[in-house]
Design a binder for this molecule. Structure first.
Ligand code: DGJ
Length: 742
């Protein structure tokens, strides 16, 4: 998977579908050659270097009017010489100079992949799955070693990159900017896709044409954020969901990030991804090391669905890990929207009893169970049961739930504290704040300084105590505000630029310690819904609460956007009550079910409030999920129709053996006597015959027909379904089962 042309010093990472090429320039820096569809691995590629005499440039060698970094496509550009685009690296020495020059030293190819200590990263289970190329670069003037790591997978069309820095000298160095990856693409005729939004409106798909200058998304909030996801895709203008070039760049990180595409004056495109350099500075003392988070680059010739399939395969099988990775997830019910903070144990047992009757497997107790937590002004930090609400504590409640034949899950917000809590009264210095300045709150709460081990230890002890004494199978790990006034009293002035990153390392450390102690614990990540829904969290929490917006129609866009990178196995999706808590909308319970069924399925309402007909539907939904959850979580997912482009949203899940597909088609507003509609499917076997079944349709067709001509859609507004006449047909969702019969 890695070929080195020793004479030309060209490195070629490839599998049967993708190639990635770079070379060592005369100056010793690395130049980028190619990333895309697989190229013949035997060739010579140096003719790809484009170089011309460009007037009014700055050139690195005296007497030579050609060689300027401004005009060379680079692999990891450093600040300070003749390249005026944004660099991947900026290092400052004791002399104040910020110039850095990396020269190639040697390479090493190993089978498999090494972990990155303290950071989430994709991995292999067998060394034959991937090969890793490490390139040692050195700035001899600064005594700085820089190791670029590239891992290419055999069966997945992804390359994982990260960079490690080792200060081999005596001088203290300051890393001001260290991106995880950078790539200079030969042209910029792409559209960029970002997943952006806000609280309850996360990861909407935004497409922009690239223009000269910068297109970027980022976070400075300490969490990856509701606003932008650490991800950027590139597509040609004619790329569709199913065909054409598509590139995806995803950062395996949960803190401040920058994803940037820069188009220069020669239409060269520089894409980079990494920790946001703004506010970041890492002091690298003699002998010290620093590792960047990992970036994953995917290429597909099969359009955006092709790109997403690669991310899904990699992230659900070689980023998510542990006991729950390949296991079917329990159908859960969460009490938050049903009760908020107002409940006592008897309410919860009634709530759980009805859930059991419907076949639900896991009861999750959300916020409000601990300390003096009767509203959001107090209690965070005191992870002990509120005995007025729960007389037998979490131990007693969890036993009673288990006695009903269900598992029990519990909400925590480990990184936060209310000033009105014993934890804060005992440790007022444990929160993040800048001395002498006022501290901003979010939802009346403050952020604990997770850059300090003793703070993480204090939270760990409380959680460990509870998890070892009560029967807790699952935790929902919430995080309801971003970091502000970032400063840690435990670190000196010249290390304050490290705090945001150290905070996230502390968050990862607490996850890791809990998983080491309780390997069968299922963690669902959450940050006011999807405020930290990123690949970093997926390493610890194989599922995450996609959004606080549980309205099925809003969820169409949110889940559609989320699917660009993240697999269905990790998308927490629940049926909630109507009118919906966030938008006040009434939608049919079938629609709410259909949208939530294509995720890590659950309920977010009090089933005791539903009528008999609705309870029967709930039972059927639970049964359907149980019998199809394996293919839903681990099958191939295809977006078929975008809710951003019209009145319909449609997606499909296909079993890897193409034996069966589930297709969900949701129409937002009703239409009358509309056109005949067909939906071309994906991923079926062309020559096999399938049976298509929905509420009103039942017919047989071959795979090639269903993929070319399309699957015919039922349309109740055309008069097909007289039994539903009179009902509101807005927000109608139909689930089609497509089953191979030959
Ligand atoms: C925000 C989460 O996203 C909700 O699901 C719920 O857990 C609340 N926090 C509880 O405070």
């Amino acid at each position: 998977m890695v070929i080195v042309n020793e004479r030309e010093k060209v490195f070629h990472l490839y599998n049967e579908r993708i190639s990635y090429l770079f070379y060592v320039m005369e100056s010793g820096q690395l130049g980028h050659l190619y990333f895309g569809k697989a190229l013949n691995p035997k060739g010579s590629y140096l003719h790809m270097v484009e170089k011309a005499h460009r007037p009014m440039s700055t050139y690195i060698n005296e007497g030579d009017l050609y060689t300027s970094y401004e005009h060379l496509r680079q692999e990891y550009p450093c600040y300070g010489t003749s390249d005026y685009r944004y660099p991947a690296l900026e290092v400052q020495g004791g002399d104040g100079s910020r110039l850095c020059k990396l020269e190639y030293q040697e390479y090493e190819i190993t089978k498999g992949k090494k972990p990155i200590p303290g950071l989430p990263a994709v991995y292999v289970e067998d060394d034959r799955e991937a090969s890793t190329l490490e390139i040692l670069m050195r700035d001899t003037w600064r005594n700085l070693d820089v190791i670029f790591s590239y891992t290419i997978f055999k069966e997945i069309d992804a390359i994982a990159r990260s960079v490690r820095f080792v200060n081999c000298g005596q001088e203290v160095l300051m890393i001001n900017r260290a991106m995880s990856m950078s790539v200079d693409m030969p042209d910029a005729d792409y559209e960029s896709i970002q997943l952006s939004g806000s609280w309850s409106r996360e990861r909407h798909v935004k497409v922009r044409s690239l223009e000269p200058g910068i297109t970027a998304v980022s976070s400075l909030r300490g969490n990856s954020s509701h606003q932008h996801n650490p991800f950027l895709a590139l597509k040609r203008k004619d790329t569709t969901e199913c065909s054409g070039d598509a590139y995806g760049f995803s950062l395996v990180y949960s803190g401040n990030f920058l994803a940037q595409a820069e188009v220069d004056n020669y239409n060269v495109l520089r894409v980079m991804l990494g920790i946001n350099p703004f506010g970041f500075q890492w002091k690298l003392g003699p002998g010290e090391e620093f590792a960047t988070p990992e970036a994953v680059m995917v290429y597909s010739k099969d359009g955006l669905n092709g790109m997403s399939l690669q991310f899904h395969r990699l992230y659900r099988s070689r980023l998510a890990r542990g006991y729950w990775r390949d296991r079917e997830r329990p159908v859960l019910i969460n009490n938050w929207e049903a009760t908020q903070f107002n409940y006592v144990e008897a309410d919860l047992l009634r709530f759980a009893g009805k859930a059991k009757e419907c076949g639900i497997e896991l009861v999750v107790l959300d916020d409000g169970w601990f300390g003096a937590r009767n509203n959001d002004k107090s209690g965070l930090g005191d992870w002990k049961a509120n005995r007025e609400k729960l007389p037998d504590g979490i131990e007693g409640l969890s036993e009673k739930i288990e006695a009903l034949g269900m598992k029990f899950g519990l909400w925590f917000e480990p990184e936060m504290v209310n000033k009105d809590s014993d934890f804060f009264r005992n440790h007022p210095d444990y929160m993040i704040q800048t001395p002498g300045r006022s501290a901003s709150h979010g939802r009346n709460q403050f952020v604990l300084d997770f850059s300090r081990k003793e703070v993480v230890d204090a939270v760990y002890e409380q959680m460990y105590d509870l998890l070892s004494n009560a029967k807790i199978s699952y935790i929902k790990w919430d995080m309801n505000r971003s970091v502000s006034e970032c400063y840690s009293s435990a670190y000196p002035a010249d290390r304050q630029g490290e705090i945001f990153h150290r905070y996230i390392l502390g968050v990862y450390d607490l996850h890791e310690r809990l998983l080491q102690a309780f390997p069968r614990l299922l963690i669902e990540s959450c940050a006011s819904g999807g405020g930290r829904f990123d690949a970093g969290m997926l390493y610890y929490a194989p599922q995450g609460w996609v959004s606080d917006d549980s309205d099925a129609i809003e969820r169409l866009k949110i889940q559609y956007g989320t699917s660009f990178v993240y697999p269905l196995s990790c998308m927490g999706a629940h049926v909630s009550a109507c009118p919906n808590e966030q938008v006040g909308r009434n939608t049919p319970i079938e629609t709410r079910g259909n949208v939530a069924l294509t995720g890590a399925f659950g309920y977010e309402l009090d089933l005791n409030q539903l009528n008999c007909k609705e309870i029967e539907i709930v039972k059927r939904q639970v049964e359907f999920y149980k019998s199809h959850r394996n293919m839903i979580a681990f099958g191939d997912f295809y977006r078929l129709q975008s809710p951003f482009e019209g009145n319909f949203a449609a997606w499909e899940i296909v079993r890897p053996d193409a034996d069966m597909a589930i297709v969900t088609v949701t129409r937002v507003l009703s239409e009358i006597n509309g056109p005949y509609r067909r939906l071309p499917l994906c991923g079926l076997s062309k020559s096999r015959k399938y049976h298509v079944k929905s509420k009103y349709l039942s017919y047989d067709a071959y795979g090639d027909e269903l993929m070319q001509y399309g699957m015919m859609l039922e349309d109740r507004s055309s008069g097909q379904a007289m039994d539903d006449s009179g009902c509101c047909q807005d927000f109608l969702s139909v689930l089609y089962e497509v089953t191979a019969i030959e």
